[in-house]
Design a binder for this molecule. Structure first.
Ligand code: FAD
Length: 486
């Protein structure tokens, strides 16, 4: 394969690996430097006491034809190790349970039964989602950051997009009927996990696409979600690229306003013509040196903090769990209170048929809730006992919430490991353990990959279209296209 230009990718998250594989396929010389011992970052799977626990992400969507994972697999000739899930997940409110069927007809019947009076909203949401997913399946560089992007955009605009124009600046909350607290709580909980914000703030087009995720080919990943990143890392290595583990980049050397090389904690220096940072803006800020660092730090000073996650990894005795239990659940404990902070909890059980995930007779579960990251770091630094007490309280509240969806769960627990934003910072190197990227509130304030340093791009969930394995795959494809267009 010809080698035209040296690309260094910092980080083997899904976004970084996606861009790396496409650049390698296009003939560039690609080296991925990963700090950890396995790939995947927030969508990684770790081995502990015989279990394979998904660290953050548990469910992946976007494998249907036209979806980002589908497109990437087609471009690389890859086959993903996946198995469709239906229902995608089940939402538990205090007095009703709503099933997010993957099957469109079953979902229509479910919402008409459980969320009466909301059908006109869902029909509009489906129309907008169809446009948003169609647009995003084509080269659509958003936000446009160069003349080339504007040209590509102009070519991508079709009459079928026009009905979406009045919704460009509206929110999901503005389209939704008022008066039903259950419906609002349901919408808020879906948008918090898919757009990092609630209905009143989530952009109508983005939010419509996000609300459609359960119908966009949601899958279990065999062996755990980390198998997606592993498939990409293997592909890169089999096709002449390098993925080097235990290599934490500690410095980006900038010469004449361009990144020239990176240095790692193992003493490696790698020269780079193009540098992709699979990092948050704060992560990039920590690595840049000199004047470049000052410019970038000024930019990030104005950026709002994003969410952290509190997680519980449970080893569960399968026989103690109810028969016929769906694998994925979302619990809203008290709809009148703000979501997150253990008041909304996402629960994923490993597929019973996937015997690589847990010792015989057991299942691996990942529970997660949104949490503000800063208080965890403050406590951990100033009062270790209070940090541990708070961690114990969150764990207890998460298990109590999970009991509402899965009666008997508490007695099935054989093993319990909590994770706070401090843990996420340690294992994903994301500063402050902030995960999931920015809230998707405005299409016009969306963040692109350009950094102001001409040969350095961001990739991952801090750039549009943001979080999820599907989102960062789309972002990674766009960054690769932007580099190749040069
Ligand atoms: C609790 C939780 C639940 C989630 N649930 C879902 C879900 O069910 N479905 C879904 O699709 N998405 C989910 N997500 C979101 C999804 O996991 C992320 O949006 C996505 O995986 C982020 O990918 P990324 O490309 O930004 O890279 P990251 O995941 O951030 O990975 C970056 C990689 O870079 C490495 N790195 C960082 N700094 C350095 C350095 N200096 N040198 C070398 N390497 C470095 C890290 O070790 C890491 O491997 C969830 C996230 C969380 C936290």
């Amino acid at each position: 394969m010809p080698k035209n230009g040296r690309v260094v990718v910092i980080g083997a998250g899904i976004g970084g690996l996606t861009a790396a594989s496409l650049l390698l396929k296009a003939g560039l010389d690609v080296t991925v430097l990963e700090a950890h011992v396995y790939p995947g970052g927030s969508a990684g799977t770790f081995f502990h006491k015989g279990y394979r626990f998904d660290a953050g992400a548990t469910l992946a969507g976007g494998f249907a034809p036209g979806g980002p994972h589908f497109q990437l697999a087609a471009a690389l000739g890859l086959k993903w190790p996946i198995k469709p899930v239906d229902p995608a997940w089940t939402v538990h409110l205090p007095d009703k349970t709503i099933t997010q069927w993957a099957d469109a007809a079953r979902w229509r019947a479910e919402r008409q039964d459980k969320l009466p009076g909301t059908e006109p909203f869902w029909q509009k949401q489906e129309r907008l989602a169809a446009i948003a997913w169609d647009v995003s399946s084509r080269p659509f560089p958003w936000p446009p950051q160069s003349w080339h992007d504007w040209l590509t955009l102009a070519k991508a605009v079709r009459p079928s997009i026009l009905p979406a124009i009045p919704y460009l600046t509206r929110t999901i909350g503005g389209l939704a009927p008022t008066g039903s607290p259950d419906f609002r709580a349901f919408l808020d909980a879906q948008l918090l996990i898919s757009a990092q914000t609630t209905a009143d703030k989530a952009n109508a087009l983005y939010g419509s696409a996000a609300l459609d995720l359960p119908r966009r080919s949601v899958n279990h990943v065999l062996g755990g979600i980390g198998s997606l990143a592993k498939a990409l890392a293997d592909w890169i290595q089999e096709n002449g690229g390098q993925v080097l583990y235990r290599q934490e980049v500690t410095e980006i050397l900038v010469k004449n306003g361009r990144a020239a090389a990176v240095k790692t904690n193992k003493g490696l220096t790698v020269e780079a013509e193009y540098l992709l940072a699979n990092l948050t803006p704060w992560g990039l800020g920590r690595l840049l040196d000199g004047a470049a660092a000052n410019g970038w730090r000024q930019k990030i000073a104005a950026m709002p903090a994003t969410w952290g996650a509190f997680t519980l990894y449970l080893g569960l005795e399968a026989a103690q769990l109810p028969d016929g239990l769906p694998d994925h659940h979302q619990v809203i404990v008290d709809p009148s209170l703000p979501l997150g902070e253990a008041n909304s909890v996402f629960i994923s059980l490993s597929d019973l048929a996937d015997d690589g995930r847990a010792p015989a007779g057991m299942r691996a579960a990942t529970l997660s809730t949104h949490t503000a990251a800063a208080p965890w770091h403050q406590l951990q630094q100033t009062d270790r006992a209070a940090y541990e007490e708070r961690r114990g309280q969150y764990a207890a509240r998460m298990i109590a919430a999970a009991e509402k969806a899965i009666p008997g769960l508490r007695s099935a627990v054989h093993f319990c490991l909590p994770g706070t934003p401090v843990t996420f910072q340690r294992f994903t190197r994301r500063p402050f353990g902030m995960v999931g990227g920015f809230p998707q509130e405005s299409l016009f304030r969306a963040r692109g990959p350009a950094t102001g340093i001409p040969n350095v791009w961001l990739v991952g969930d801090s750039i549009f279209p943001g979080q999820s394995t599907a989102g960062v795959t789309m972002g990674g494809m766009r960054v690769a296209a932007a580099i190749l267009s040069r």
